[in-house]
Design a binder for this molecule. Structure first.
Ligand SMILES: [Zn+2]
Length: 151
């Protein structure tokens, strides 16, 4: 079993909107009602991977009146201030991760779900030296999954 690495913004389930507002202020964002509502959905239930579409659906289901464009902008704002990490999946939607620590992902091509792989489970060797004047900021690894044939 892979143990998911813990993120820095994980909050207990009973997290209040006030706690979330504090996190937003701490990140330099004004805690507007929509930001607080979306941050609460994102950060109050452990590590998550969401797309703008999935978070929008969830918001509507919880009666949070918000447009898809606002969800999209908010996710990007949260990413800019380091509350979320963007995970690029080529040929798919953009995913946002509430676990901002350095870790890798499984991507299930059938369901479109991302799953965490702990950093220690993959070792990267022979990484080339960065060109002059540059330094490696991070390495992304995406392990793509399909169902076994015959299932
Ligand atoms: Zn992740």
């Amino acid at each position: 079993m892979h143990k998911a690495p813990s993120g820095s913004h994980k909050l207990p389930a009973e997290t209040t909107h006030g706690d979330v507002a504090k996190i937003l202020r701490g990140a330099g964002l004004r805690p507007t009602r929509q930001r607080v509502a979306l941050a609460h959905l994102l950060f109050a239930s452990g590590d998550r991977h969401v797309t703008a579409e999935s978070l929008h659906e969830e918001a509507l289901a919880r009666k949070v009146p918000v447009s898809l464009a606002t969800v999209y902008n908010t996710l990007h704002q949260f990413t800019e201030v380091g509350l979320l990490r963007e995970v690029a999946v080529e040929g798919a939607k953009t995913y946002f991760d509430t676990n901002t620590s350095n870790h890798y992902h499984f991507f299930c091509e059938h369901s479109g779900r991302l799953l965490d792989i702990s950093t220690g489970a993959i070792r990267i060797e022979g990484l080339p030296e960065a060109p002059e004047g540059m330094t490696v900021s991070r390495v992304d690894v995406l392990v793509r999954l399909v169902e076994k044939p015959g299932r």
